[in-house]
Design a binder for this molecule. Structure first.
Ligand SMILES: Nc1ncnc2c1ncn2[C@@H]1O[C@H](COP(=O)(O)OP(=O)(O)O)[C@@H](O)[C@H]1O
Ligand SMILES: C=C(OP(=O)(O)O)C(=O)O
Ligand SMILES: [Mn+2]
Length: 507
């Protein structure tokens, strides 16, 4: 406040603006390519810089910090005491320091004695990177050096970069110890029945994991070790845009709490009231708060092995059913595909969504080859006999533009039936294209949404859209043809046209 970094809103949250960057700059992220990383990192999805370019960047960062106050936090990434990572986070902005203190795991005072950070993250938003000097592509840079154990972030104020950098580090380190790192939320029921919710940004990890009937473990990043599931973080980072007090009461309440950091949320300077519907600063407005801001959150950040695994997708084409049961092979196929769709921005008249395929539901944070993570997950699913589901939180009744977003209540109803085991007793049909099993009727849920084709006013238009989506899945998966098992490839969706030709050929 005194530094002019933000303002306090009604109830006590700190309201800040990030300027130009209101989301992650995935294309400005670079990994140092050297003897340490050469054979560990999958360079097809991870852009590289040289050790020399990183060195220049680090010298320039130090010069930029000279004479400036910086804020230092010593924190842990990882609630599993055997596998947590001590990190030092150096921030130019005080609000960034508060943000990361909310988001990571805060050591007990006694743990600070002799605290030795293994990795350091330095975040200087006012630093301007130079593509010619630093090997980057713009004034924004996120540079990761696994050998030096140092991450440098410059030229952006979006706070999410820092937490996702810790995630990137753990995604690199943990597979070496046979621990599966996951871009997922986790909650657990009263029978110690944990559930994992994988999903790309905007698919519902944060929204759906905060559920009054279950204990929240975490909303975004977790590990799965021999001890069970554990949160990497100690707080949440929720989307604030058009947040509904009715549909998401636990998250909504955090907007009135002392200390919550509200990023690009609009506030009336006179009344200090928030307008969560105002997207004039950003569509991706955010709230950061510590775990204990959610009433039924776990104090330990740990739970047992999961009983259910849910893959969330926001299908803006309106093709996928609201829930489907997956075989382990289909689960592997969808994990490697990592499908979701993004709706067109705010441009008027643009109604066609775009498909995103991001392996492991988190390619920008995964230094290693997707098959490495896939192999770990496959073993864990088999060992713990986990039920796998695909859930579409996206469009129904038509694609984006004609249909509407799946009501949160309907998604929660279906999820609860899956998680309490009752959905396993429902009658299912096999989906002709995707091969997964779709429930026909679920007690307490409006049956008419279960079959997406029947929600479209024009079934032929649905069929055409579905065929286009299948083709996108198949084309995306060609990159895995050489490095995944035949049984996973066989779990791919199939076009009806081909089926018909085969049938005719057999006749
Ligand atoms: N059926 C639904 N399920 C989950 N989220 C939904 C649904 N319908 C609308 N939403 C909205 O979509 C957004 C989901 O975002 P969020 O939970 O933050 O995703 P993630 O944590 O995976 O990035 C929220 O703004 C939520 O209000
Ligand atoms: C914090 C983020 O995660 P998510 O949108 O998945 O919640 C992000 O992508 O910047
Ligand atoms: Mn989230």
């Amino acid at each position: 406040m005194r530094r002019g970094e933000g303002e306090v809103a009604e109830g006590g949250p700190l309201v800040v603006k990030t300027g130009a960057h209101t989301g992650r700059s995935a294309k400005d992220k670079f990994t140092v390519r050297d003897a340490e990383t050469e054979n560990q990192v999958w360079w097809e999805t991870n852009a590289s810089i040289t050790p020399e370019q990183f060195d220049t960047l680090w010298q320039d960062f130090k010069a930029h910090m000279d004479g400036k106050d910086v804020f230092v936090q010593q924190l842990f990434g990882g609630a599993d005491l055997d596998h947590r990572l001590p990190v030092r986070v150096v921030n130019e902005l005080a609000w960034h320091s508060l943000f990361i203190r909310h988001l990571l795991r805060r050591p007990e005072p006694a743990e600070l004695d002799g605290f030795e950070a293994e990795f350091t993250i330095v975040n200087l938003p006012s630093f301007q990177a130079d593509p010619a000097r630093h090997g980057c592509r713009s004034e924004t840079v996120i540079a990761v050096d696994f050998a030096r154990k140092l991450v440098l972030i410059g030229g952006t104020s979006y706070a999410g970069e820092t937490k996702k950098s810790v995630f990137t580090i753990l995604n690199y380190l943990l597979p070496k110890k046979k621990i599966m790192p996951m871009h997922c939320s986790v909650n657990v029921g009263s029978q110690d029945d944990a559930a994992i919710f994988f999903g790309l940004s905007g698919t519902g990890k944060t929204t759906l994991s905060a559920d009054a009937s279950r204990t929240l473990i975490g909303d975004d990043e977790h590990g799965w070790s021999e001890n069970g599931l554990f949160n990497f973080e100690g707080g949440c980072y929720a989307k604030m845009i058009r947040l509904s007090a009715e549909a998401e009461p636990e998250i909504h309440a955090t907007t009135k709490m002392w200390g919550t950091v509200l990023e690009n949320v609009v506030m009336d300077p006179e009344t200090r009231r928030l307008d969560l519907d105002d997207d004039s600063l950003a569509e991706n407005s955010r709230g950061a708060y510590p775990m204990h801001a959610i009433p039924n959150a776990s104090a330990t950040g740990r739970c047992g092995h999961p009983k259910n695994l849910v893959m969330l997708t926001c299908d803006a084409f309106g093709v996928l059913p609201p829930i489907a049961k997956l075989t382990p092979a289909q689960a592997m196929y969808h994990f490697l595909s990592g499908y979701t769709a993004k709706v067109a921005g705010t441009e008027k008249g643009v109604t066609e969504p775009t498909a995103t395929f991001s392996a492991c539901f988190g390619a920008p944070f995964m230094p290693r080859h997707p098959a490495d993570y896939g192999a770990l997950l496959r073993e864990l699913i088999a060992e713990h006999d986990v039920d796998c589901w695909l859930v579409n939180t996206g469009w129904t009744g038509g694609a984006y533009g004609t249909g509407h977003r799946m009501p949160i209540r309907a998604t929660r109803g279906l999820l609860n039936a899956a998680l309490d085991g009752s959905l396993n007793n429902a009658a299912f049909r096999e989906d002709k294209l995707f091969g997964f099993m779709v429930p026909i009727a679920v007690p307490g849920v409006d049956d008419s949404i279960l079959d997406p084709r029947s929600t479209w006013s024009d079934p032929a238009a649905y069929d055409a859209q579905a065929a286009r989506l299948v083709t996108m899945f198949v084309e995306n998966f060609t990159k895995f043809e050489d490095n995944v098992a035949a049984y996973v490839r066989a779990a791919a969706p199939k076009l009806p046209a081909r089926e018909k030709t085969l049938e005719t050929a057999a006749e």
